[in-house]
Design a protein around this ligand. Sequence first.
Ligand code: CAA
Ligand code: NAI
Length: 246
Amino acid sequence: MRLQNKVAMITGGASGIGLAAVKRFAEEGAIVIIADYNEEAGYKVEAKYLENDYDVAFYPINVTKRESVNNVIAKVINKYNKIDILVNNAGITNDAMLSKMTEEQFDQVIDVNLKGVFNCTQAVTPSMVAQGYGKIINTSSVSGVYGNVGQTNYAATKAAIVGMTKTWAKELGRKGINVNAVAPGFTRTPMVEKMPSKVLEKMESIVSLQRLAAPEDIANAYLFLASEEASYITGHVLQVDGGIMM
Ligand code: CAA
Ligand code: NAI
């Protein structure tokens, strides 16, 4: 049990990579807070995992709204006294070529993927600082590291995650808080189902391991960074992409 007695909040925990992480963290003994915008999916996941005796609780949240984030975090701390681990996993795409991308498309992705991560981290850190312990794991992407056609907005946010991760690692290290990021490659979740199949096939063909990631591949990296095995790692961006580009 690598996360026994730990309270872990996973944003976007009702789908895809977040959903796989909820399961992995619960299997390792954590109390897992599933924080997601999608209430229908969130309550379903909560019910299913409670049946399996996992210690999980769903809290509806909109990471773009500071009031929503602050409310949820206050409720969780009130109930469990602490949040030890924050996985900033919630994210969206809204792809278009630069020539066609609207201001709304740009702003929407910035709001969720960038401001949402800032909102959650800023709200959680005071309690981590007070207890002198915390693990923050952010979600970047191969698109943020290498760029990707049609993803001006998304790639900008995922590159920004790298900058925020390193900044927070420097600010919070002396407070006992590790801050790292995972940069996944293309992973089989509802997010990639929206891609034209031709583009997805092309991406799969250039992966050294010759397959897309499973959500569990990424969840395992989150778990490692959340565990004591990673206690001397901070400010790191762990690429979990099957060697798509090197
Ligand atoms: N590489 C090179 N050229 C590309 C390309 C690529 N990957 N994708 C498109 N193009 C080219 C097209 O061939 C086309 O060229 P011509 O004008 O010379 O014909 C031009 O760009 C325009 O392409 P489309 O006709 O497809 O333009 P569109 O406006 O209809 O659609 C798009 C553009 C929305 C970006 C669409 O191509 C698309 O959805 N592409 C996939 C984007 C993508 O990879 N998203 C990843 C989502 S998953 C995710 O984000 C998770 C993660 O972190 C990795
Ligand atoms: P997904 O679309 O399956 O799940 C995303 C979850 O985030 C959904 O449950 C959704 O309701 C939630 N969410 C969206 N907006 C929200 C908001 N405002 N507030 C709270 N929750 C919100 O996506 P997936 O693929 O599981 O992605 C998870 C993370 O991994 C994202 O940050 C994504 O950018 C990143 N990623 C995904 C890759 C992939 O290929 N699937 C590759 C690289 C990174």
